[in-house]
Design a protein around this ligand. Structure first.
Ligand SMILES: [Zn+2]
Length: 217
């Protein structure tokens, strides 16, 4: 089973391939993990763009098919012409420390490898969004949903946040022109943004989009 999914080096080579294949592509390191591994971002499309999509994958270490799928998708995109006006920024391996540990030590490892005494933080609980991410986890560092010592305490979540902010800046500072997709594989569902608060004016539209995507997966 493990051989069906790439090592970090093999997956990284997909990014290198895509960056060389597309004239509009570029590769950047946007963060560094607790173990010193780079967090890489592939940009595709001719900027400036009228809209931007940021795709994250691999937040949870054991969800190999999420990050593997993202790399397959990148390999396909490398052979496709850029979409006019639309740019992509993909961080397909946000948690390389956890991914590596899940391959070598504990297949069911979920968190990163930072936190208290290296026991890891659930990155999905470390984003500074009250009662959705931060505050939705626990303060027990041995728990699978340990949220860390503070919002954005982890380099992986800081890298993701910086990538989204940079994407907003790249489209003139209008967050309505930026979409963010975080790919997991725990269930066949799509959650729209702001689902936690039920307060978004566009929630009905987003829910319809999510329901259409639900039918595709
Ligand atoms: Zn997940």
């Amino acid at each position: 089973m493990q051989s069906k999914y790439g090592t970090l080096a093999q997956l990284d080579s997909v990014l290198e391939f895509a960056a060389k294949r597309q004239a509009s592509a570029s590769l950047a390191t946007v963060g560094e993990t607790a173990s010193g591994r780079p967090i890489r971002q592939l940009s595709l499309g001719n900027e400036p763009c009228t809209a931007m999509l940021v795709v994250l994958a691999g937040v949870h270490a054991r969800e190999w098919v999420a990050t593997g799928g993202a790399h397959c998708w990148i390999a396909e995109l490398a052979d496709s012409p850029p979409m006019p006006g639309v740019c992509l920024r993909v961080l397909p391996m946000l948690n390389p420390d956890g991914y590596s540990f899940s391959r070598t030590n504990n297949r069911h490892w979920r968190k990163n490898r930072g936190g208290l005494e290296g026991r890891g933080v659930d990155l999905n609980r470390n984003f500074g969004v009250a009662n959705s991410s931060w505050g939705h986890g626990t303060n027990n560092s041995r728990s699978e949903v340990f949220q860390g010592l503070a919002p954005f305490s982890e380099p992986e979540t800081r890298a993701a946040a910086a990538a989204v902010k940079a994407a907003v800046a790249a489209v003139g500072g209008d967050p309505a022109k930026v979409g963010v997709l975080d790919v997991h594989c725990c269930a066949r569902v799509v959650y729209p943004p702001f689902w936690y608060s039920r307060a978004s004016a566009s929630l009905a539209t987003l829910a319809r989009v999510a329901s259409v995507l639900d039918l595709q997966i």
